[in-house]
Each structure stands twice: as structure tokens, then as C-alpha cells.
Write a protein that binds this ligand. Sequence first.
Ligand code: T3D
Length: 262
Amino acid sequence: MNTILFEIKDQVATITLNRPDRLNSFNTDMHAELKEALKQVQDPANNVRCLLLTGAGRGFCAGQDLSDRAVAPGTEAPDLGESIEKRYNPLVRTLRNLEMPVICAVNGVAAGAGANVAFACDIVLAARSASFIQAFCKIGLIPDSGGTWTLPRLVGQARAVALSMLGDKVAAEQAEAWGMIWKCVDDDQLMAEAGKLAAQLATQPTKGLALIKRALAASSTNTLDQQLDLERDLQRLAGRTSDYQEGVAAFMEKRVPDFKGQ
Ligand code: T3D
């Protein structure tokens, strides 16, 4: 792989966006390689129980590589709808639907689709020097990669509108204070903290965590009645996992549970 680094170790898959000279902005190759890596993450044979996404160099991801978008005046504009449909939307859907926790370690600036892909992950840690920018408005676009859905839910309508229309930079500490991300940590601690969290999550009841993810995702559009029904159905599934049996047995025997992710 040329545009990302990909490793599976101790049931944790790590994907590192790796075009540092372009702040890890997305091009077609990177989308293709991400798609392939995510396929491997989902392959049961690889027994991955947590995904960690981060970036190489001083940035996390600056969104679409704009050098692929410059067109001479008078020539036909690229079909961005097709690009979204074929590449960005599948990426966001895959991250949201992945049946395991997805951690994003935002090591530097996250702009445009880079910011919104981070927000599509389950738990976002950021280096204190990192920042988030809805850069789209500065080039005449709208927030994509789920940004118009996630942002209002994370920070409320007033902040979502202003951030989307002004394209202001949100520093990691502010992002944490606004509830945009889980937390920010000192730059030199980011990968250690993210690695520790990933290692911990990879030992937890993976199916149960996937069901938590499914329930919380559905809650933003469900009524309370629908959500209660969904909780009933998902709890039924959770109660049939061997990790649930192990969790109860370990509690009764006053020992640390040995979850297998099943
Ligand atoms: O097109 C479609 O398919 C639709 C989907 C769109 C999704 C999107 O993400 S649209 C939004 C695209 N992204 C942006 O508009 C952000 C553009 N970048 C920036 O505004 C700034 O680079 C940052 C605020 C992110 C960081 O600023 P700074 O000052 O820290 O770094 P820099 O000097 O601007 O960038 C460093 C290098 O990376 C620089 O190259 P150079 O001069 O050293 O050769 C810069 O050109 C390059 N770079 C940064 N972002 C991009 C990029 N090159 C191509 N595309 C980029 N997005």
C-alpha cells in the first residue's frame, strides 16, 4: 500500500493515512487502499476487535486532495456527487457500521472530509495541537462525509451552522469542551493513549460493543418507543453471546473476565 500504512497486531488493526506532504488528503488511490484495508478488518479470519485510525506527519487529514480538482476555466467540472457516492459515503458507512469500536487518534489538523471522517469514528482522541476545520465553505462546498448530520448532533445547531459557514478552526481543547471529541491529550502522549485504549477495547465483549454502537446510532432518529423496542431486541442478542455468560460467571467468581469477542 502506498498511501496508507496498515497493521493488525493483538487483535487491533491500525490504519495510518500516509501522504504527509499533502497533509494526508484523500486521493483515489487512498480511497481504494482504505477500502481494501477495511475489508481485511472485517474479515473474520483476521479476528480484529478494534480499529485505530490516525495520520502520519503533522496533519491528520486535509480532506479531498484539491490538486485533483483544479480544472481550467471553460472545462467541465468534475462530478463531486459521483465522488461522494463512490468513495466518501461508503467510507463513512463502513466506519459507522463496523462491528467493533473505531478509535480515531487525530494527530494534527483535520479539515474538510478529514474532520468529518474523524467524527464518524466512535471515540475520538486528539493531540492538544490538533484542530478541526469545516473547510468546505471556503471553496464553495457543503460539509460532506456526514458532517451535516454529525455536527449538529455533536455541538448543536448554532455551532454547527457557524462552523460550517465560517470555516473557523476549532482547537482540540475547544473541541473537547464542546463535546465534539472524547478528549485531547498532550501531543507526545497521543499514540500511547490511543494504543492503550485500543488494546483495552480489543479485550472487551466485541459483539456487545457493536450492539451498543448500533443502539446509539439509531437513537438519533428513533422515538423513545422505537428505541425501547430496539433495546429489547439488541439486549436479546447480547444475552445470547458467550461473552455475556463469561461476564456473569466472572462476576460471580470474583475474577477478571476473559472475553473472546463472541
Ligand atoms: O472533491 C470531492 O470529491 C468532493 C469531496 C470533498 C471533500 C473535501 O474534503 S472538500 C475540502 C478540501 N479540503 C480543504 O479545503 C482544506 C485545504 N487545506 C487547508 O485549508 C490547509 O492546508 C489546512 C488548514 C488544512 C492546513 O493549513 P497549514 O497552513 O497548516 O498547511 P498548508 O501549508 O496549507 O499545507 C501543507 C501542504 O499540504 C501544502 O503543500 P506545499 O505548499 O507544502 O507543497 C498544501 O498545498 C498541501 N495541502 C493541504 N491541504 C491540501 C493540500 N494539498 C491538496 N489538497 C488539500 N486538501
